[in-house]
Design a protein around this ligand. Structure first.
Ligand code: ATP
Ligand code: MG
Length: 289
């Protein structure tokens, strides 16, 4: 019954095969109902399903140890945890920037783990990512940065891509900066271009890895404002790794606390912040107050 996945160079994990979709959805529904502000609809399936995710580097450094998590359509999940707890590694596994060592990740009940390079390209279209360091093309304008994925990856024609890019740049408050190149923009503006670029691809899930950590404090607010708008008025599903506790509390449908490569605790923001159940969560939240 158990599928064997081999880590490189030694560690071997026995994880069960991915669960049957309907059964998994039922169990996830019962499990998450009281943990999230998401408006659950009877019979719905999670958009992201992570089962027994393991990630080991160099055959011995085990960074993710049996992560299990579901994310629902339109849900805003905020991931907190100390440095080195595996937050980035989990996000990078979800969009296959890292190859999971064992376990399963399913998007709309399709397993994305164990696919060929060609399939990975297709899958990644559904998983947008906003990085701490923006990752824009410095020689392209804001407009071109937001168009390029649409034309190259989605094969949209230029007029369509341009119209979408203008729309998304306006939505992040950069309608008057579309012809600027990244070096001519502030960090906060660059990050807003990166958000517009990700949204313009209309991914199923948008992943954010500490999107405001590289910004000066006065620029953080603008970027959080854009993310808040997207969360509250877009129909986007978001997984946000951040240290911005105000954002987590106000905008999160659910807060997930990770440490040591596992999900230690998760729940409604007010549950986790005001009444954390685990000592490690208490310690962490105490240390950042
Ligand atoms: N490519 C890699 N090779 C070896 N070890 C790695 C690699 N990437 C990450 N790690 C290790 O995995 C652990 C988790 O890293 P990760 O970046 O996921 O943590 P994090 O929770 O995002 O931390 P931070 O808050 O500092 O960003 C760390 O101990 C890190 O050194
Ligand atoms: Mg990180």
């Amino acid at each position: 019954m158990f599928g064997k996945n081999h880590g490189h160079g030694g560690l071997t994990f026995d994880v069960p095969p991915a669960m049957d979709a309907a059964e998994a959805a039922r169990i996830a529904f019962d499990h998450d109902l009281s943990l999230s502000k998401h408006h659950f609809v009877e019979g719905e399936h999670p958009v992201v399903r992570i089962e027994h995710l393991m990630k080991t580097f160099d055959g011995e450094t085990q960074v993710l140890r049996d992560v299990n998590l579901n994310v629902w359509n339109g849900e805003i999940v905020v991931v907190l945890g100390p440095s080195g707890s595996g937050k980035s590694t989990m996000l990078r596994c979800i969009n296959l920037l890292e190859t999971p060592t064992a376990g399963h990740i399913l998007i709309d009940d399709d397993e994305i783990t164990g696919k060929s390079a060609k399939e990975v390209g297709l899958i990644r279209r559904d998983l947008g990512m906003v990085f701490q360091s923006f990752n824009l093309f410095p020689h392209l304008t804001a407009l071109e940065n937001v168009m390029i994925g649409q034309t190259k990856v989605l094969k949209k024609n230029k007029d369509e891509a341009r119209a979408e890019a203008v729309k998304q740049l306006e939505a992040v408050g950069l309608g008057d900066r579309i012809d600027y190149k990244p070096p001519q923009l502030s960090g906060g503006q660059q990050q807003r271009v990166a958000i517009a670029r990700a949204v313009a691809m209309h991914p199923k899930v948008l992943l954010f890895d500490e999107p405001t950590s590289a910004l000066d404090p006065e620029l953080v607010r603008d970027v959080l404002g854009v993310m808040r708008e997207l969360a509250l008025h877009g129909d986007m599903t978001m997984i946000v790794v951040t240290h911005e506790m105000g954002f987590a509390r106000d905008v999160g449908d659910r807060v997930v606390f990770m440490e040591g490569g596992v999900v230690v605790e998760q729940g409604l923001p007010e549950q986790v912040f005001d009444n954390p159940q685990h000592d490690r969560t208490k310690q962490f939240l105490g240390s950042i107050k």
